[in-house]
Write a protein of this length. Structure first.
Length: 306
């Protein structure tokens, strides 16, 4: 029977059945993708709802104890990535480009933020003054170990180098216990910390990554959003810890700004949709959260100087 000889009602049934089959196939693909994502997230964490836990009496601790906690906050996410199920995957030649690209670019963001904050800690906070020498342990860690390209997989490997750097940081913490190390966080250092976080190498860099996101291919936007997430994971731990350790910051009546900033950072740190595309304005959404968080943190920064 020719197509033109088929009665209209039968043509309609054929079309509806064809559409039904196509819909079921599409639905099956989406369910399969969702299931695979859920399975992967059960094995390896993909969403980070909470910042690093802090002692209840953090604000009342001795200065050297505060120094150790603040250093732990800077390296908390790096330690998590190194010790996670699949370890440091940004330097994997094959898998990070095809299967673990979200994880890999998150790790690059973690590296980026950890390195800049470690530089701040070593060259400014852990010193008696501008002319004072840096701790030998901190200096070696940031100049030698954390300066290794995160993509390096041998001679030396990034993963091995960062683990050695973390051991040097533990030696610095031990030097604080013995009285040989220095930790000296002043009001100027608190201000400088917020300047660094809101500056061009941190939140400014994040905003630059997502500039003109509507024009990006989905695979490029996907990688950049997860790189931003990695940076925000480290920033959130650092800012939350700094705020808890030093009540003189909250004494400036900026608790509302802090709560709002942390809320927007939490949204970025838990952002893990099934699919990221420019069509659904994923870039604009994350950019708006970054802008709101940056504005609130800048308000806190300015209040410190008042």
């Amino acid at each position: 029977m020719k197509l033109q000889d088929i009665p209209g009602i039968h043509k309609t049934r054929i079309v509806l059945r064809t559409l039904g089959v196509q819909f079921c196939i599409l639905l099956g693909i989406l369910v399969a993708l969702w299931g695979l994502q859920r399975l992967y997230s059960a094995v390896d964490q993909t969403s980070f709802p909470e910042a690093m836990a802090l002692p209840e009496n953090a604000a009342n601790l001795p200065e050297n104890e505060k120094g150790k906690i603040l250093l732990d906050a800077i390296t908390y996410q790096m330690r998590h990535e190194l010790d996670s199920t699949f370890g440091w995957t940004f330097n994997d030649i094959i898998f990070n480009r095809f299967f673990f690209d979200n994880r890999a670019y998150r790790q690059y963001g973690v590296y980026h933020a950890t390195k800049f904050l470690l530089d701040l800690y070593s060259s400014q906070i852990a010193k008696l003054g501008a002319s004072d020498r840096e701790s030998e342990f901190l200096y070696k860690a940031r100049i030698n170990n954390f300066a290794i390209d995160p993509r390096s997989f041998m001679f030396p490997s990034a993963e091995g180098s960062y683990k050695k750097g973390l051991k040097l940081l533990e030696q610095y913490k031990n030097s604080l216990d013995t009285g040989k190390g220095v930790y000296n966080c002043r009001t100027d250092d608190l201000y400088a910390s917020f300047v660094t976080v809101t500056g061009e190498n941190m939140l400014g860099y994040c905003l630059g990554l997502l500039e003109n996101s509507q024009e990006m291919h989905f695979y490029e936007l996907d990688n950049r959003i997860y790189e931003v997430q990695g940076i925000c994971l480290v920033l959130r731990d650092f800012i939350n810890t700094l705020y808890a350790l030093y009540p003189e910051i909250s004494a400036k009546n900026n608790a509302e700004n802090m709560s709002a900033a942390m809320g927007y950072l939490d949204r970025i740190c838990t952002y893990d949709p099934l699919c990221i595309t420019s069509f659904f304005n994923s870039g604009e959404l994350v950019t708006s959260w970054l802008l709101f968080a940056k504005a609130r943190l800048e308000d806190i920064r300015d209040s410190i100087r008042m």
